[in-house]
Design a protein around this ligand. Structure first.
Ligand SMILES: Cc1cc2nc3c(=O)[nH]c(=O)nc-3n(C[C@H](O)[C@H](O)[C@H](O)COP(=O)(O)OP(=O)(O)OC[C@H]3O[C@@H](n4cnc5c(N)ncnc54)[C@H](O)[C@@H]3O)c2cc1C
Length: 380
């Protein structure tokens, strides 16, 4: 495969790199400490076109391909994975889903504002008893003619406290199982919709994760995306693309930690020489570099499959599984290379290590990716 980047893709990569270094880096430690969501930075990312990267220009998007999106995700994630998860959810799960399956009226009303970052979106599938087993939806959307009545609880919702547009998956026809599930557009402020307290997390602490409660929320039928019963398919299709974004996030976390470790190894001296001259450290760097490049190839491959209109379920799952493993391994080694300095906040690698872990959990755990991959290889 030839992954030579076009002029435009190189420009996007550079713009994301500049933004991450100039705007995300200052304050990233404080935001992590205080669990502070970066509203002002979201607005700026919207101005740069990062909030609706793959959305058609007709709906105020940037009209870019998936490869451009993963390039931006990698650069943002090198510095601030809390900001990049918010970008990933808005782009892959909310904007892409609305563009692919929404009605013209839904696109006009919601997508045009989501793609500029004027408002942020959230994707609400997980529940206390429906994480990996997403078919076990307990949230109900009961059909009342021209509207649905929504009841239930969603867990772990990224952008939960900051979003204004929520794509909520719920069971309408329990007897039909996953074929009776719908996806509804819920707006912040609808009567009966409450946002629960913010989760106090290990990593991506600057991102905004909440539970959500729906108590007899009246949602107009025109807010349903797709045909009756399309909700589970919608969720699986959007998540297949979302995994490419999270794979790119994992790649960025790994690459960010590696770059810091490489730099540090050239200045820190022990036993009269830079630690990079100790083979034990040099070999760690060699392993990190090799694995990151392998992860990058998988991520780019999945993005190119999506851009070429090919099935990207398998390549996306492989990219997420491997890149998230590499993120975890690389960040642990980056802390080790920094010695005691790696264990304190000022050197950034401890935060990257904490942030890496989530990439093995959300949008399908590593075990779930292996189920997807093994089903695919066993089918042949
Ligand atoms: C910070 C954060 C942000 C999130 N953001 C969102 C969001 O925006 N929207 C959303 O809908 N969800 C979100 N999630 C939820 C996330 O997708 C789920 O946590 C994840 O899918 C795992 O589900 P669970 O937590 O219920 O774990 P469980 O499903 O209970 O899994 C527990 C363990 O069992 C393993 N396991 C489960 N089933 C199998 C099996 N069949 N075979 C082998 N192993 C298995 C899992 O891999 C895991 O190791 C977020 C979660 C977190 C922590």
């Amino acid at each position: 495969m030839d992954f030579t980047l076009s002029e435009e893709q190189l420009m996007i990569q550079q713009a994301a790199r500049d933004f991450a270094n100039n705007e995300l880096l200052p304050g990233v430690i404080e935001r992590d400490d205080a669990q502070k969501f970066p509203f002002e930075l979201v607005r700026k990312m919207g101005e740069l076109g990062f909030m609706g990267m793959m959305v058609n220009e007709k709906y105020n998007g940037s009209g870019l391909d998936t490869l451009s999106y993963v390039l931006a995700m990698e650069e943002l994630s090198k510095i601030d994975a809390s900001a990049s998860v918010m970008v990933s959810v808005n782009n892959s799960l909310v904007c892409w889903g609305l563009q692919a399956f929404g009605t013209e009226a839904q696109k006009e009303k919601y997508l045009t504002r989501l793609s500029t970052g004027e408002v942020i979106g959230a994707f609400c599938l997980s529940e206390p008893e429906a994480g990996s087993d997403a078919t076990s939806q307990k949230t109900t959307a009961i059909d009342h003619g021209d509207h649905y009545i929504l009841n239930g609880t969603k867990n772990w919702i990224t952008n939960g406290g900051s979003a204004e547009v929520f794509l909520v998956i719920a069971q309408t026809h329990a007897e039909k199982g996953h074929k009776g599930i719908n996806v509804l557009i819920v707006e912040k402020g609808m009567e009966g919709f409450e946002v629960g307290p913010k989760e106090n997390k290990l990593g991506i602490r600057g991102s905004d994760t909440h539970s959500l409660n729906f108590n007899d929320v009246k949602v107009p039928k025109e807010n349903r995306i797709g045909e009756d019963g399309f909700g589970f398919t919608f969720a699986m299709k959007t998540l297949a693309g979302g995994r490419i974004g999270i794979a790119a996030q994992a790649l960025g976390i790994a690459a960010g930690a590696y770059e810091l470790a490489l730099k540090y190894s050239k200045v820190r001296k022990t036993f009269g020489t830079e630690i990079a001259n100790h083979q034990a450290i040099a070999f760690k760097l060699a392993d990190m570099h090799t694995k990151i490049q392998a992860a990058r190839n998988l991520v780019y491959q999945a993005a190119c499959d999506k851009d070429a209109g090919k099935d990207y379920t398998l390549s996306g799952a492989m990219a997420k599984l491997y890149a998230s493993e590499v993120a975890m391994e690389t960040t642990i080694e980056a802390v080790q290379i920094h010695g005691g300095n790696g264990y304190v906040k000022d050197y950034h690698v401890e935060r990257l290590m904490r942030d890496a872990k989530i990439t093995q959990i959300y949008e399908g755990t590593s075990e779930i990716q292996k189920i997807v991959i093994s089903r695919s290889v066993l089918k042949d």
